[in-house]
Design a protein. Structure first.
Length: 135
């Protein structure tokens, strides 16, 4: 038997059920609005970070982490806030706190790459190169 007709038969008869479209949930407008309001704190933290007000930037990032919602929009904001905290601690020379902030951010959103990079940079500043490679 030739395999091409079987493949065509499969594509015509079975593929529609195999590759059924999965409905992607639309974002919750309430969570999007809350995420946008929390982003204002992130913008303020960025501004304070750019003028070397590290502790003030950390406080603003804390305000962006209010609430315990697990919506994707909120998780993204929380990961960015932890990232800002990590950057501020690193810039202030508090490498262990930078590592902790980056680690907590990865618990919120594991695939947010800047957290892994900042954690590795802080490990390198502490001369813990093996940990930097694995983070």
């Amino acid at each position: 038997l030739c395999s091409v007709p079987w493949l065509m038969l499969w594509l015509l008869l079975l593929a529609p059920w195999t590759f059924a479209q999965v409905a992607v949930p639309s974002p919750n407008p309430e969570m999007v609005a809350k995420a946008n309001s929390l982003r204002s704190h992130l913008d303020a933290a960025h501004a304070k970070l750019s003028v070397a007000q590290y502790d003030a930037a950390i406080e603003e990032a804390d305000k962006a982490m209010q609430g315990s919602e697990r919506a994707p929009e909120i998780l993204q904001v929380r990961a960015e806030a932890f990232n800002l905290q990590s950057i501020a601690h690193y810039a202030a020379g508090r490498y262990l706190k930078a590592i902790d902030a980056a680690y907590l951010g990865t618990l919120e959103k594991y695939d947010y790459a800047p957290l892994h990079r900042n954690r590795a940079k802080a490990y390198m500043a502490r001369r813990e190169y093996d940990k930097a490679i694995h983070s």
